[in-house]
Design a protein around this ligand. Structure first.
Ligand code: MN
Length: 206
């Protein structure tokens, strides 16, 4: 993502596809709230919170990393909004209307570290469905280079802890409730089968 060079005031980044391109797994109606309201609000509130502070001179990624360990009382809100803004841009790019099977280096890595695509999907689905409450399910590259699955709660993000994310699924209810109501397992299964942007994951891997 070109995000790391951008400085405040931040603007809502463009979606990499049309608002109805991910239907029926994610409807244009869900996008209109999730992107047009939730994501937009994280960006707007972040700009308000950092105005006139030292954070104003930093990139989004730097704000996430620095606010994660900042003991100042205002830093938690800055972290929550910056991390949510970063996570959502990463999430939009983790999806494509042309999802399907991985190829190339990411396919090889899934085979090596999970035993193949089906085993990866099973493990990722268990993690995403099992994340209690609001949060995110990630495919990350560990420090030893091996792929692994992680979940984070609320706004938390691997980049705050030195991790290298390859893909993310948003499992906050706002990501699926209009289309799937309480059926998070069905949403995650359809997301894995139809929407994963494997070329984005491969780009992040290499
Ligand atoms: Mn979300």
């Amino acid at each position: 993502m070109p995000l790391d060079k951008v400085k405040a005031p931040f603007t809502l980044p463009k979606l990499p596809y049309a608002d109805d391109a991910l239907a029926p797994v994610i409807s244009a109606n869900t996008i209109s709230f999730h992107y047009g309201k939730h994501h937009a609000t994280y960006v707007k509130v972040l700009n308000e919170l950092i105005a006139g502070t030292a954070y104003e001179a930093l990139s989004m990624e730097e704000i996430v990393v620095r606010s994660a360990t900042d003991k100042d009382a205002a830093a938690k809100k800055i972290f929550n909004n910056a991390a949510q803004a970063w996570n959502h841009e990463f999430y939009w790019h983790s999806m494509t209307p042309k999802g399907g099977a991985p190829t190339g280096k990411i396919k090889d890595a899934l085979e090596k570290d999970f035993g193949g695509l089906d085993a990866f999907k099973k493990a990722f689905s268990q993690a995403a469905v099992g994340q209690f409450g609001s949060g995110w399910a990630w495919l990350v590259k560990g420090k030893n280079g091996a792929l692994k699955i992680e979940t984070t709660s609320n706004a938390d993000t691997p980049i705050a802890h030195g991790g290298t994310p390859l893909l993310v699924a948003d499992v906050w209810e706002h990501a699926y409730y209009l289309d799937y109501q309480n059926r998070r397992p069905d949403h995650v299964a359809a997301w894995l089968d139809k929407l994963v942007n494997w070329s984005f994951a491969e780009k992040n891997l290499t």
